[in-house]
Design a protein around this ligand. Structure first.
Ligand SMILES: C[S@@+](CC[C@H](N)C(=O)[O-])C[C@H]1O[C@@H](n2cnc3c(N)ncnc32)[C@H](O)[C@@H]1O
Length: 418
């Protein structure tokens, strides 16, 4: 795939310690972008039914349509340079089949479609870190990080010190990580045990429906409960330790070899390991746009009315600390338009091989945090990585649309499968 585009134009702000943030950025001109793919006649025909173009999803799933990819997306195959055809750029950002992250991560993550049907995931912008969409309030300030919330006197690797520093207080005075960068057995086991739930006095997830309701008599439904999660707290920039301190795992980003692949069943695209992974290994964090719950509600309504769905996760691990959360404090992440590989992790009821753990990095209040995926057992190369979304398949108003589950687990919660 070749792109011809103009480099962005920047104002000359070098040699200043204060950078003006009003530089000009010129978007690459659409007309300058060409994609060269094998001629259509030489592409194998898609095996899944097509709706208005090409879809990566089975017919019962409504998704943004993906683009047709060069056959190099099928494991290891190369398209020959003869029989090439120049076609228009697909709507939305194009994917690089050798690395869906486009160089944003430390490792390349290829797209593998073993079906040979030339279909790619629907377009989205790959981002390695969260970005605020519009109204979400993220209290990111050094002043808010008190002495109890950082280890400014530490040096080097906090895990090498005989006494754990202040950053271990969140995990009961002991760090959550081993010197090998894995989760400690005890900590992971405590996260895996059945979690008690807390119930908000007025739940932000329910209140948003009333805020948007046209009926003046609408009442807020009772909270359906949120699991009480254990947080990990990592050292960060206000700490004195080094970037390679053992208590900085999630913030260093993806380091394991992974692949985005088209699953053979009904689930569409998925994420899998491309190497053997140990128990308690960090895989990736859930990255997306930071939205308020209200913004997500509006976005969900719009997407559903367009026959599409979103990829959200609520940041509700600490909603218990306040009776009623301010609207702009009830946050979620949505990977639909901007996201990382976590948006491809499929669901499995109960016995998934990944667990998501909330991680505090730069904000001591837990309205905003990083949901991070860790393995719950040893993973074989090319095994799919799956997570229990915690869906209530009977709740039609859940922010994540309840699909017909085909996780294959003997503990599957979807009653339609009984
Ligand atoms: C976060 S996305 C996961 C990536 C998605 N498979 C894709 O192709 O982009 C969630 C969607 O994947 C599909 N999915 C995930 N887990 C599934 C399961 N266990 N059974 C059926 N569909 C599943 C559903 O369409 C769901 O709405």
């Amino acid at each position: 795939v070749f792109f011809f585009q103009n480099p962005p134009a920047y104002n000359d702000a070098h040699n200043k310690s204060i950078i003006e943030l009003d530089y000009t950025y010129s978007e690459p001109r659409e007309s300058g972008m060409l994609q060269i793919v094998p001629a259509m006649d030489f592409l194998p025909k898609p095996s899944v039914p097509n709706q208005a173009g090409s879809s990566c999803m089975p017919p019962n799933n409504s998704m943004i349509h993906g683009g047709i990819c060069p056959s190099s997306a099928t494991a290891g195959e190369q398209s020959s340079s003869s029989n090439m055809l120049v076609i228009a750029k697909p709507k939305g950002p194009a994917h690089d089949v050798n690395d869906i992250t486009k160089g944003e991560e430390h490792v390349r993550i290829p797209i593998i479609n073993e079906g040979g049907n030339g279909i790619l995931p629907p377009p989205f912008h790959y981002i390695p870190r969260n970005i605020t969409f519009q109204n979400a309030y993220v209290s990111l300030s050094l002043a808010r990080i008190g002495d109890d919330n950082c280890c400014s006197d530490c040096f080097g690797d906090c895990l090498a010190e005989p006494i754990p520093c202040a950053c271990a207080a969140e995990t009961g005075g002991d760090f959550a990580y081993t010197r090998d960068g894995l989760l400690k057995e005890e900590f992971l086991n405590s996260c895996l045990s059945v979690l008690p739930k807390f119930y908000c006095k007025i739940c932000s997830r329910e209140r948003v429906k009333i805020v948007n309701s046209e009926s003046p008599n609408a009442k807020v439904n009772p909270c359906k409960g949120h699991p009480i999660r254990k947080f990990i707290k990592e050292c960060w920039s206000k700490c004195g330790c080094a970037r390679n301190c053992g208590n900085r795992v999630v913030q260093r980003g993806i380091s394991r070899h992974l692949q985005v692949f088209l699953t053979p069943g009904e689930k569409g695209w998925g994420l899998r390991a491309a190497e053997e992974l140990p128990w308690g290994a960090f895989i990736c964090e859930y990255v997306g746009e930071i939205l308020t719950n209200n913004e997500l509600y509006e976005r969900n309504n719009q997407m559903v009315s367009n026959g599409k769905h979103t990829y959200p996760t609520l940041l509700d691990a600490d909603w218990v600390t306040e009776d009623v959360l301010e609207d702009d404090h009830a946050l979620c992440l949505d990977g639909t338009f901007y996201g990382n590989v976590a948006r491809f992790i499929n669901h499995r009821c109960s016995d998934a091989n990944l667990i998501v753990i909330p991680v505090e990095i730069e904000t001591p209040d837990h309205h905003y945090y990083h949901p991070a995926f860790f393995t719950t057992r040893q993973i074989k190369p090319f095994e799919e990585l799956i997570w229990d979304y915690g869906l209530d398949f009977d709740d039609v108003n859940h922010p994540v649309e309840a699909f017909k589950c085909c996780c294959g687990s003997e503990f599957c919660q979807d009653k339609r499968n009984i």
